[in-house]
Design a protein around this ligand. Structure first.
Ligand code: SAM
Length: 449
C-alpha cells in the first residue's frame, strides 16, 4: 500500500540530522560517504524523499518507488521534483560534483509509528537506520534510532545505538567488483562534459560515492581519463557496427555497471545479456530498478571462474541466437594467461558466437599499471595479470582472429582528448601487433576462425 507523503517526517529528519553544517553532521557525511570534511562547506541544501516501499526492520528501501521529494535549505522544507532534474549543478566546481554533494539526501519509509531512513549513496547502499516516531509539539521526532550496517561482502549485520556514524575502513579496492564502480566514475565524468563523446546519465548513480572515493584514491587517476573514455568510445563503435551487421544477441561478460542497454541507440528486438557476480548485479538492479532499457535485457549472476557453469551458459545462449557479439571490457587484464586462453576456447565453441570485442594491454602497459596501481588493486584481490607478448594474436591459438585493432592512444588523439605531451607521442608511427615494453592499450574486434 502506498503510504501518504509525510512532510512532518521530512521536516523532523532535516532537524534530527542537524544537516546544516554542524560539525557532527559533517563528520557523519565524511565518514559515511568517504568525502573530505572541508569540501562539505559547499553544500547548502539537503534533499529528503519518501519511498513507497521497503522493509523497515531490515532497513531496505525500494528507491525506485520514490513518490515524494522535499528540498531543505535555510528557507525551510518544500516539495520539489527529483534533484537530478533540477538545473544549475553543471556549473558547480568539480569537487562538488560528487553524487552526494550534488544531491545530498536522506530517504525514508514511514509505516505507522516506525520510520526507516538511510542514504541512497551510502557505502554499498546498505547503511540504514531504523527508528520510532513520536509526536512532539509542532511535528514528529524519530527516536530510538538503531543503525544497521550490512557489509557488502559477507552479509553480516552490525548494529550501533543512537545513529552514530559508521565508517567504512579497509582497503580502497575491497574486491574485484569495486573496479566496476571505479570504471563507472569515468563514464559519469564524461557525461558531465558539454562535449561528451557519449552520454551515460546513469553512471553517476551507479558509481556512487564509493566509486568516487576509489577514483580519487587511485594514483594519477585524472591523468588517464583519456584512456577510459577512448575505451568506452571504441566499444560503443564496435557494438554499434556489429548490431548494424545483424547481431541479434550481445553477451556482455563482466558487465559491471555498464549501462549501454539504457543509453545506446539499439533495436528493441536486440537481446542483451549481462553476466557478472551476484552481489554486483544485485547492487546494480537496486539502483536501476525504475529505469527502462531500450532492448531486451537479461542478467545472469555467474562466477565466470566456474567453468562448467559458464560452458552451460554459452551453450544455451549460443543455441538460442543466430549471431552473437561477446564483449569483455575491463575483464581480461585481471585473469591469468591460462584463464584467458581457457575462456577464449570456451567462447569459440558455440557456432553462433561470431565476434568478440575485448580490450588488451601490452606487457609494457601492464607493468606500468602494476607499478602505479598494483598495491591498491592487489589488496582487493584484483591483481592485474594479463598483457600477452603476442598482442591480439594471442587469441589465434584459441579460435579467434583479430579483424580490427584500435589503439587507445591514437583514438584519444583523434578525439582530441590527449594532454600535450601525449599528443606528441601519438604522432609517432605505431603498429597494432607485438608491443613488448611499449605501453600500448587497445580495443580489438575478434572473429571466430
Ligand atoms: C573493471 S570491471 C569492468 C566492468 C564493465 N565491463 C566496465 O567496463 O565498466 C570488472 C568486472 O568484472 C567482474 N568480474 C570479475 N571477475 C568475475 C568473475 N569471475 N565472474 C563474473 N564477473 C567477474 C567484476 O564484478 C566487475 O564488474
Amino acid at each position: 500500500m502506498k503510504p501518504t507523503p509525510s512532510r512532518p517526517v521530512a521536516e523532523a529528519l532535516a532537524q534530527v540530522w542537524g544537516w546544516h553544517r554542524t560539525p557532527r553532521f559533517l563528520e557523519y557525511v565524511a565518514e559515511s560517504f568517504g568525502v573530505c570534511v572541508q569540501d562539505c562547506a559547499e553544500f547548502d541544501r539537503l534533499y529528503v524523499y519518501q519511498v513507497a516501499d521497503g522493509d523497515i526492520e531490515r532497513g531496505e528501501f525500494d528507491h525506485w518507488s520514490t513518490f515524494q521529494w522535499w528540498e531543505v535549505d535555510d528557507a525551510g522544507v518544500r516539495e520539489c521534483s527529483r534533484p537530478e532534474q533540477l538545473l544549475g549543478w553543471r556549473d558547480a566546481p568539480e569537487k562538488v560534483r560528487g553524487s552526494f554533494y550534488r544531491w545530498p539526501h536522506i530517504s525514508f519509509l514511514h509505516r505507522e509509528e516506525r520510520v526507516g531512513f538511510g542514504e541512497c549513496y551510502g557505502p554499498g547502499l546498505l547503511n540504514r537506520k531504523v527508528g520510532r516516531l513520536v509526536e512532539v509539539a509542532g511535528g514528529v521526532q524519530a527516536v530510538d534510532v538503531r543503525l544497521v550496517w550490512a557489509s557488502r561482502h559477507d552479509g553480516c549485520q552490525r548494529q550501533a545505538k543512537g545513529g552514530e556514524p559508521v565508517s567504512q575502513t579497509g582497503p580502497l579496492i575491497e574486491n574485484i567488483s569495486d573496479t566496476a564502480r571505479w570504471a563507472a566514475v569515468y563514464r559519469a565524468r564524461e557525461n558531465d562534459r558539454p562535449d561528451a563523446l557519449f552520454r551515460d546519465p546513469l553512471a553517476r548513480r551507479l558509481a556512487g560515492a564509493r566509486g568516487e572515493q576509489i577514483a580519487r584514491g587511485m594514483p594519477d587517476s585524472d591523468r588517464h581519463t583519456w584512456a577510459w573514455v577512448a575505451r568506452t568510445y571504441l566499444f560503443d563503435q564496435f557494438i554499434a557496427g556489429q548490431v548494424q551487421r545483424g547481431v541479434d544477441t550481445v553477451v556482455n561478460l563482466a558487465a559491471g555497471l555498464d549501462a549501454r542497454p539504457y543509453r545506446m541507440a539499439l533495436p528493441s528486438s536486440l537481446r542483451w545479456v549481462e553476466v557478472d557476480l551476484p552481489e554486483l548485479l544485485t547492487y546494480k538492479e537496486e539502483i536501476l530498478g525504475g529505469e527502462k532499457p531500450v532492448c531486451a535485457l537479461e542478467r545472469v549472476r555467474l562466477d565466470l571462474a566456474n567453468v562448467s557453469a559458464r560452458r552451460d551458459l554459452f551453450r544455451r545462449l549460443g543455441d538460442e541466437a543466430r549471431k552473437v557479439l561477446v564483449i569483455t571490457e575491463g575483464l581480461l587484464i585481471y585473469l591469468s594467461r591460462e584463464e584467458v586462453g581457457a575462456l577464449a576456447q570456451d567462447l569459440a565453441q558455440p557456432p553462433s558466437f561470431q565476434n568478440w570485442a575485448l580490450d588488451l594491454a601490452s606487457p609494457g602497459l601492464l607493468q606500468r599499471l602494476q607499478q602505479a596501481m598494483g598495491a591498491k588493486l592487489n589488496q582487493g584481490g584484483a591483481t592485474m595479470k594479463f598483457g600477452p607478448e603476442e598482442g591480439p594474436d594471442f587469441f589465434t591459438s584459441y579460435g579467434w582472429k583479430p579483424v580490427e585493432v584500435r589503439a587507445l592512444l591514437k583514438t584519444a588523439a583523434r578525439l582530441k582528448r590527449l594532454p600535450f605531451l601525449l599528443r606528441l607521442v601519438a604522432l609517432l608511427p605505431a603498429s597494432n601487433g607485438r608491443q613488448g615494453s611499449r605501453p600500448w592499450g587497445g580495443v580489438c574486434l575478434m572473429a571466430r576462425q
